[in-house]
Design a protein around this ligand. Structure first.
Ligand SMILES: Cc1cc2nc3c(=O)[nH]c(=O)nc-3n(C[C@H](O)[C@H](O)[C@H](O)COP(=O)(O)O)c2cc1C
Length: 209
């Protein structure tokens, strides 16, 4: 039975975004266009981040060559499905995000210095907001009909050395990026899903004070 709740979105839409959305491990042989990845970013970018920091950076791997560069960093259980996914997003965060603060937060450009003089504050701000932006990516992907398979089972140091070092072939803006999590994107094979695991009840996860 579908929960009928007070919402501005339809029940069907809430199913797509939340109630029927699953983490996928098996992918249909159906490509994801670069244009769709642009649409994905153009939705997710509107999710909020503190001081409009926008620390998230993404590498969308959608060629066999780029996937092969990732393979040595993957845990054995994540390797096959990642190689078969149409796209694998390396979701990272830029610890020097504050270089963009004067442009992104023109109402208080001095925030650049607040972050620049405290690497610890910059790191936690980048990780927190980059993680939030990664979650916005998952919801934006679902809203565009894509399925997601997020993963933390990989060697972050290996990914950073391969994809975000000065010798990785990226423009300078990607050199101070750290990997956070990976997310396979594509069209999942729903017939290969195992039953949904439970979630905590409101009473277990929340308190009304
Ligand atoms: C940040 C993150 C990391 C995850 N890491 C892995 C992983 O390394 N390997 C894996 O098979 N699943 C991984 N998962 C998938 C979760 O186990 C899955 O999303 C969760 O059990 C909920 O499944 P459901 O969306 O189908 O209900 C990860 C999920 C998230 C959000």
């Amino acid at each position: 039975m579908t929960n009928s709740i007070s919402a501005t979105l339809s029940d069907d839409t809430l199913d797509v975004l939340f109630r029927k959305a699953r983490t996928h491990n098996v992918w249909l042989d159906k490509p994801v266009s670069d244009a769709l990845l642009h649409q994905l970013y153009d939705l997710m970018k509107y999710g909020p981040s503190s001081a409009n920091s926008n620390p998230l950076r993404i590498l969308f791997l959608r060629t066999p060559e780029s996937k092969e560069r990732l393979r040595p960093a993957l845990s054995p259980t994540n390797a096959d499905k990642t190689m078969k996914a149409p796209v694998t997003a390396i979701v990272g965060y830029d610890v020097k995000f504050y270089e963009q603060t004067p442009k992104l937060f023109p109402n208080n450009p001095a925030m650049r210095e607040v972050f620049a003089k405290s690497p610890q504050l910059a790191e936690i701000t980048a990780f927190r907001n980059g993680s939030l932006q990664g979650a916005y990516m998952i919801l934006a992907a679902r809203s565009l009909g894509l399925d997601c398979g997020p993963m933390s089972g990989f060697d972050n140091a290996k990914v950073d050395a391969e994809f975000f070092s000065a010798t990785a072939g990226n423009p300078p803006a990607f050199i101070d990026v750290r990997s956070n999590f990976l997310c396979n994107l594509g069209y999942g094979d729903a017939s290969k899903l195992f039953p949904r695991n439970p979630r905590l009840l409101f009473e277990e996860a929340c308190r009304l004070l």
